[in-house]
Design a protein around this ligand. Structure first.
Ligand SMILES: [Zn+2]
Length: 276
């Protein structure tokens, strides 16, 4: 997308989770993508028109990229990409020759067009917490955000206002790496004055580590189209706890068995022995 123009844009339906912005296709056609970035879980494409195209995958959305009739492999993902044509809701034909298709079976995804200067105050972005991989996200920032919070640590970490971009899987993974129980009260990683305890330092380091590892694996695999022996179940081996209910804990010296509980209607996987 970056550096290419939208040659044609087809929106096959008027809405995803929310209605598409008015004149969606005509406001994109002819515009160039000056840069493609990300904030939290939102993809942010800055356009030559001065607008920004905001995109969010929701629960089940994905982008497919086809170049010269061949599907470009973008990396592999825990959930297989939807491929049913009837869920291909938006199709971008780019001047680079790429066709970019947004597929979303459950339609929790989201696209919007906003003037660049209005982006920081956009309701989707204005309340987002810090980027977990940014240098200024540290134990002090996390402790301050969790100070006095009576919710579980798991709930605090999936809250995009506390830290932006973490989802269910990587919260489970980071808590395991930090040896912290998902059930402990969020405020327990901070002192009464909101200063970081040791737990906040461990957790911040663990969050950065699991995200960096995941990104490294994703980019390392992107473009490896002939990697036919990869089975989706292989994904499980890359997780420490996620989707490993009943398996042995991977923490050295720990004899715990990974357990699954439900928090906030989402599955949490953790080791009840080494995560305190
Ligand atoms: Zn364990």
């Amino acid at each position: 997308m970056e550096g290419a123009r939208f040659q044609s844009v087809v929106a096959r339906r008027p809405d995803l989770r929310l209605p598409l912005p008015p004149h969606f296709a005509s406001r994109l056609e002819g515009q160039r993508v000056n840069s493609l970035g990300r904030r939290g879980k939102y993809l942010v494409a800055e356009l030559s028109s001065g607008d920004v195209l905001l995109m969010h995958l929701g629960m089940s959305g994905s982008f497919g990229v086809t170049i010269d009739g061949g599907e470009q492999v973008l990396g592999d993902f825990y959930r297989a990409r939807g491929t049913a044509f009837r869920h291909d809701h938006i199709v971008f034909e780019m001047s680079s020759g790429a066709t970019i298709t947004f597929n979303d079976p459950r339609r929790f995804g989201f696209v919007d067009l906003v003037a660049s200067h209005a982006l920081p105050s956009h309701p989707a972005l204005s309340a987002l917490g810090p980027e977990p991989l940014a240098r200024d996200f540290d134990a002090a920032v996390l402790a301050r955000a969790c100070r006095g919070k009576k919710t579980s640590l798991k709930a605090a970490l999936v809250d995009q206002r506390v830290v932006a971009g973490l989802g269910n899987i990587y919260v489970c993974e980071a808590l395991h790496r930090a040896r912290l129980s998902p059930r402990r009260r969020a405020s327990t990683i901070a002192t009464a004055r909101g200063l970081p305890r040791d737990e906040a330092h461990r957790l911040t380091a663990a969050i950065k580590r699991v995200l960096r590892d995941a990104i490294t694996r994703g980019t390392a695999r992107a473009g490896v189209a002939d990697d036919a022996d990869t089975e989706s179940s292989d994904f499980r081996h890359r997780f420490r706890v996620y989707d490993r209910e009943g398996a042995r804990c991977v923490t050295r010296g720990c004899r715990g068995i990974v357990k699954r509980i439900v928090q906030g209607r989402r599955s949490t996987f953790f080791c009840p022995v080494c995560q305190k």
